[in-house]
Design a protein around this ligand. Structure first.
Ligand code: ADE
Ligand code: ZN
Length: 328
């Protein structure tokens, strides 16, 4: 069976990472930018490993130059998500790629993205909210700039603040100023950790940045005491199994710790991360989880209830989305 029509909540999706390669190739042609090296012969993105993935990702982003480009991107990404039954999605947005940290420019980009989201809500029945994300390997100073952008535009469409990028750079505490600023502006917090870093990275992230959700967090599974703490604290993990297997963070679907974490009481959710980069979709994630662990519609319904509970939107929006999940 396929789970395409099952209503879904997705919490972890990078907007630029959702860009279909044909969309980026089209923009590159329009703007006469030569990034032909980032594409495979079959049209998909080409990269060797995670470090190279980040380089290719940033090369693709050079084609996204104006608020109008992001308007088009948002519609293209949401069309894909809606086709896979996603009714509510949260997406990571980076001021670094949207005006380079200038607050006035960022406002224009954000307005364009929010406008496209409103159009998609009316025409495709999918609701989107934004999470500003700083990029770890751009360093703590640039993270502060992203946090200032986030704080200036907090509320409504913009619900959260987080951090993505190379986990090997610096320690979580280096970014505490930015997370504190976002928290004080009323934004909810999430942070990538434990995708490449070990349990200590997850523990330090929770201690120094105090996010309520962790992006990935899978390597926490190596430390039973930490797993117990995460379960007890009710921290939600945004798990992206297809991404982890494709990038080699986990050896195989069979050995992916998502089931183990769930069995040990951790609030796990399922997302795609950067779907065209990993040849995945929300439907494909559910199909693989069903085949690997025997999860069925009831399991996925429970995952989606957890995801909606952990979503950063307001309670009226949650109530509306809950009805869509129940309607199934
Ligand atoms: N940015 C986009 N995808 C990412 C991932 N899987 N990990 C860290 N940063 C990212
Ligand atoms: Zn991610």
């Amino acid at each position: 069976m396929t789970f395409a029509s099952l209503p879904k909540v997705e919490l972890h999706l990078h907007l630029e990472g959702g860009a279909p390669p044909s969309f980026i190739a089209g923009l590159a042609r329009e703007k006469h930018i030569d990034i032909s090296g980032i594409f495979r012969e079959d049209g998909g993105y080409r990269y060797r490993d995670f470090a190279h993935f980040l380089t290719v990702y940033e090369a693709a982003c050079t084609t996204l130059q104006t608020p109008q480009d992001f308007h088009r991107l948002t519609l293209a990404v949401l069309e894909q998500s809606a086709a896979h039954g996603v009714v509510y999605s949260e997406t990571f947005l980076s001021p670094d790629f949207c005006g380079g940290g200038d607050v006035a420019a960022w406002r224009d980009y954000l307005a364009a993205i929010a406008d496209a989201a409103a159009i998609a809500e009316r025409s495709m029945g999918i609701t989107l909210r934004g999470i500003v994300t700083c990029i770890r390997h751009f360093g703590p100073d640039q993270a502060k700039t992203a946090a200032r952008c986030a704080a200036e535009t907090a509320g409504g469409f913009l619900t959260g603040f987080g951090m993505a990028g190379a986990e090997t750079v610096g320690r979580p505490g280096d970014f505490a100023w930015s997370f504190d600023m976002a928290r004080e502006a009323g934004l909810r917090l999430t942070c990538h950790a434990g995708e490449w870093g070990g349990p200590d990275m997850v523990a330090d992230t929770l201690r120094d940045l105090a996010p309520e959700r962790i992006g990935h967090g899978i390597n926490a599974a190596r430390d039973p005491a930490l797993v117990e703490r995460i379960a007890e604290a009710g921290v939600t993990l945004e798990v992206c199994p297809g991404s982890n297997v494709f990038l080699g963070a986990v050896a195989s679907w069979k050995t992916h710790p998502i089931k183990d974490l769930r069995d040990r009481g951790v609030r796990v959710t399922v997302s795609t991360d950067d779907p065209p980069f990993f040849d995945t979709t929300m439907t494909a994630e559910y199909d693989r989880l069903a085949r690997t662990f025997g999860w069925d519609e009831a399991d996925f319904a429970a995952l989606n209830t957890t995801a909606l509970d952990a979503a950063f939107c307001d309670s009226d929006t949650k109530a509306r989305i809950a009805k869509l999940l129940e309607a199934k």
